[in-house]
Design a protein around this ligand. Sequence first.
Ligand code: 13P
Length: 247
Amino acid sequence: MKYFIGNWKMFGVPKSINILNKINSFYSKDKNRKKYGVIITPPYTLIESYAKFFKNKKIYIGSQNCYQKDQFSSNTAAISPYMISKVGAKYTLVGHSDNRDEGDTNEMLKNKVQFALKNNLKVVFCIGENKKEKKNKKTFSVLRNQILKVLEKKFNKNKIIVAYEPIWSIGTGKIPTRVELEKTTTFIKKVLRSIFKKKSPAVLYGGSVDGKNIEMFKKIKEIDGFLIGGASKSSKKFIDIIKNYYR
Ligand code: 13P
């Protein structure tokens, strides 16, 4: 099973549901549809209406983040996993580099993962090294640390997906080489197996994925799917990625 997740970031108003409608009509007729799942993470403001609309369809709605407390609290503007789950989201991203940049610590991320799982949300846990860390050959130690400081054996691995998003690749058009990515994905799965034993959770790649470079990514069998930013805001670009993946 592969995943194509579209992360809209700060994009979208109610009528942007047109994009999802187009993706849904492609998906419902696609002969390959049993091989993959589509998840879209719009901003908080759209989760409820989109999730209602797609309730009986196979497109799932997720959140881009959640607060590190379970239900209700006195934190202004915070939105908890419980609240997200109650309006129909099935997934949440945790630890996107945008949020790590804004101060998410490992301890906060651990709480987010824990409370998201408790509230029946599947977690897409994002990790990735920055340009300087890559240059200094710190990629593996950074990734190992990001995983081991947050994920624990007691978490249900079937509800966790890990998204490897090198920060230097996000929104830049730069992507890792095939060899680099094969090595990194294999390494990430090895670290995950050291926690969860036997089978690793799914590992996705994210960073400048488009309809062209998917030709290279699809050769890497270890990659279980993609977290797509910019290209997910256009139904055509998003569909092209899926079409070219199965071509
Ligand atoms: P881009 O696909 O725009 O590089 O964004 C990747 C990303 O950050 C998805 O979460």
